[in-house]
Every structure is written in C-alpha cells, then in structure tokens.
Design a protein around this ligand. Structure first.
Ligand code: SF4
Length: 337
C-alpha cells in the first residue's frame, strides 16, 4: 500500500480553509493509503511563541483533527517533536543542500519579507519539510495546486542523497557511473480536489495570520457575524445589479458546502439579480451549519476526554518512531556513522 504523509501547524483550532483544503481530504484518503498525519510543532517555533500556548494549541489541533474525521485506529496522527529523528534527518539534508537553493524558495522570500529579523529556522523550514516526508519514505503527499512547488525540494533532497549515499547496485547508469539504490522515493503530489479556499476578505488565501477565517468550531452566531460583512462580487453594488458568481468567494464556498441543486440556484439568483447577497449568505450559513454540527459535537465529546487524545497521539508517535528508527538506522549505516 502506498504511504502518504502530510503535516499541519498547531495553530489551535482548524478553520474551514484547512478543513476543505486538507483535512476533509485526509479523512477520505486514510481509507485508501497507509496514512501518516503530523502536527508539526517544530515548524511552529520558527517564529516567536509562548510555550504554554504551544502546548494548548497542539492539543486543540489534535481535537479538531479527530473531530473532523481522522480515525487514529485507521491512520497515524502524532506530534512531530515526539519523534526526534525528524530533526536529525533535517540536519543531514541541510549538509547536502546549497544555501542558494534555500534562499530562492518562494516560502522563504515571502516569510522573510514580512519580518524584520529572520531566523535560520525559516530558511531551513523546507529542509525540515523534506525530512518530515522522507523519514517515512512516503510516496505521496496530499497538496493543493499552489503547494506543488513546495514539494520540489523534498524530491531534490531524495535524489541528491540517493546519488551520494544510496548503496551501489552493481549496475552502471547510461553515462557509465555507478548506479545507486533509490533508498528515498521521490515523493509525488497527490492533488487535493478542492480549489484554494480564499479568506472572507476575498483577497488572500484563508489563513489565521490574515484574520480572514471561519473557525471549524465557531458557533452559528460567530460564523454569521463573519459571513455577513464578507466580500462578494465587487461589481454588485445594489440588489438589482446582476452578479458574476465565478468572481465571488461566497459562491465558491457554496460549491464546497451546499448541495449541487443549491449551487445552481445560487448562480441563477445571482446572475438574474433574483436576490441580494445577504439572502445568498443566509443559505450558505445554513449549509455550513449542516456540515459543522456533527464536527462540533464530536469535538465537544473529545475535549472532555483529554486522556483519549493523549493516548491517540502516543500510539501514533510509537508507530512513527519505529518507522523513523528503521529509516535512520539505514541512513546512518550508509553515511558511515
Ligand atoms: Fe456572491 Fe451570492 Fe452575492 Fe452573487 S448573490 S455576488 S454569489 S454573495
């Protein structure tokens, strides 16, 4: 069975962008692949943070993930820092990755542009991502189209390490060099069907740092208070102006949450000025509510049983530690340690 790996930052509760863009898909994939899902707390410390908050956010994220459908009896869910081999393999990949390659990463350019002082951790962030994936020799990584380029460094690390340290197979390559085993697979993207979820401002991707999210566990009132002023088709000024659904974020959220017949109705009402945006948003609020009610009630049950969460994370970490040790035993052997 092919193995998939994906990680999520412990940012506390999930928002609907995380849910639609990643976790809802993971809940389906866990039944089709050997699935490993990681709460990447080592990644979270590349910016300033409070230790107590990190602990609480890690726990809330675990609650949200299980409430949103990850089943620890089917997949492995664990916290990155409970498997220290992640950072060991990252160090090894750091030693074979040219500095210029890291400085050219889009992620680094974007993050460093937003901060006055940039830690080496931000520069090395994609190397740790590569280690996260390759530690489990995962073949596939579920990603959205906008994240495919982030996987490239993992593929390069695998290729470079294999060519330097993979055992010689005894065969020759086409150019006469010694062929090396492909110890680390070059992971392929497994494209997430949902398109990128934009924030309620309609301008940037939904993200906690942009303050444009709807939390998965927010109450109907909180959700409505955010939906009501959310940006729609900017050319639809009055109720009597026909709109263009494809340019409206609310319409795309309908596509994610509402039944097909409702989506068609939304498009008709919008293009014929049959209703106002508030009417449209009320229908969306109902659709969101239908999807989130069971998640919210599972989260409340899980939050009341913290030991169950800890046990699930421990079981996931135990399994991942075993896999990680096997990989690192082979890596150390091939590298002369
Ligand atoms: Fe968007 Fe709905 Fe308003 Fe059309 S009617 S612009 S789809 S919110």
């Amino acid at each position: 069975m092919s193995r998939i790996f994906s990680g999520i930052q412990p940012s506390g509760e999930l928002h609907i962008g995380n849910y639609l863009g990643a976790v809802k898909n993971w809940a389906r994939l866990q039944h089709e692949y050997d699935s490993i899902f990681c709460i990447v707390d080592y990644h979270a410390i590349t910016i300033a943070y409070e230790p107590e908050q990190l602990r609480a956010r890690r726990h809330s994220m675990a609650v949200s993930l299980l409430a949103a459908g990850l089943d620890p009896n089917v997949c492995s869910v664990f916290v990155q820092s409970q498997v220290p081999e992640h950072t060991e393999l990252a160090w090894i990949f750091n030693t074979i990755t040219p500095l210029g390659e890291l400085e050219r990463q889009t992620q680094f350019k974007e993050k460093s542009a937003r901060q006055e002082s940039v830690s080496a951790g931000i520069l090395n962030y994609p190397v740790l991502q590569a280690a996260d994936i390759l530690l489990y020799r995962a073949n596939l990584v579920p990603v959205g189209e906008d994240q495919v380029q982030h996987l490239e460094l993992s593929r390069v690390c695998a290729r470079r390490w294999n060519s330097l340290f993979g055992h010689r197979t005894g065969n020759k390559t086409e150019d006469g060099a010694d062929e090396r085993e492909q110890f680390f697979p070059e992971p392929e993207p497994l494209l997430t069907p949902t398109r990128r979820i934009m924030g309620l401002d309609g301008r940037a991707k939904m993200s906690k740092s942009m303050g444009n999210t709807i939390g998965l566990l927010e109450s109907p009132e909180e959700i409505w208070n955010k939906l009501r002023p959310a940006v729609t088709d900017p050319k639809r000024i009055k109720k009597t102006d026909p709109g263009t659904p494809e340019v409206c974020n609310i319409y795309h959220l309908h596509k994610a949450f509402s039944p097909v017949a409702t989506v068609e109705h939304v498009a008709t009402q919008c293009t014929t000025a049959g209703w106002g945006c508030i009417d449209c948003k009320k229908v969306l609020a109902d659709s969101i509510e239908r999807e989130l009610v069971p998640i919210r009630s599972r989260a409340a049950e899980l939050a009341a049983k913290p030991k169950m969460i800890d046990d699930a994370l421990s079981a996931g970490a135990d399994r991942c530690r075993r896999l990680a040790r096997d990989t690192m035993d082979a890596v150390r052997d091939r590298m002369g340690f």
